[in-house]
Design a protein around this ligand. Structure first.
Ligand SMILES: [Zn+2]
Length: 142
């Protein structure tokens, strides 16, 4: 009847991901108002100048591959099918994000390749909400 989709399932972030969901998903980090350093995961105290009370900010959704490992064996309790790429992505804010890559041939991965954030449903929780996680994938140019 109404326009409110009250019965629609909610999306919730997987624990520990610091993920902003919705129209423009992004990782949430913190920015130090004193020195401008960014951190991910978010911190309460700046590691650079020890200021407290950092601002919560949405981080860039694009970055470059900083380092990676190709996982060739599955891990118990994970949804990933080997081989897959465990990566550190370097964001323009100067933070490294630990993630896995998706939509990529592990043999074609190279340091410095441009990557973008993708948000995917991981599972459904006990309340019927979609539990969302994030990965990165190569930027598709053009
Ligand atoms: Zn600082």
């Amino acid at each position: 009847m109404g326009t409110e989709a009250s019965t629609e399932r909610k999306q919730v972030s997987i624990r520990g991901a610091h993920l902003r969901l919705g129209e423009s998903p992004a990782l949430i980090g913190s920015r130090c108002p004193g020195c401008g350093e960014h951190f991910y995961p978010p911190r309460h105290v700046c590691l650079n100048c020890y200021q407290e009370g950092l601002d919560e900010v949405a981080l860039s959704t694009r970055g470059d591959l900083r380092s990676f490992t190709i996982a060739r064996m599955g891990l118990p309790g994970t949804a990933m099918t080997p081989p897959y790429v465990i990566a550190q992505v370097w964001l323009p804010e100067g933070v490294a994000v630990a993630t896995v890559l998706t939509d990529v041939d592990p043999e074609a991965v190279s340091i410095g390749m441009p990557l973008e954030l993708v948000v995917e449903k991981l599972s459904t929780d006990s309340e019927g909400n979609d539990v969302m996680t994030f990965k990165f994938r190569p930027v598709r140019e053009g």
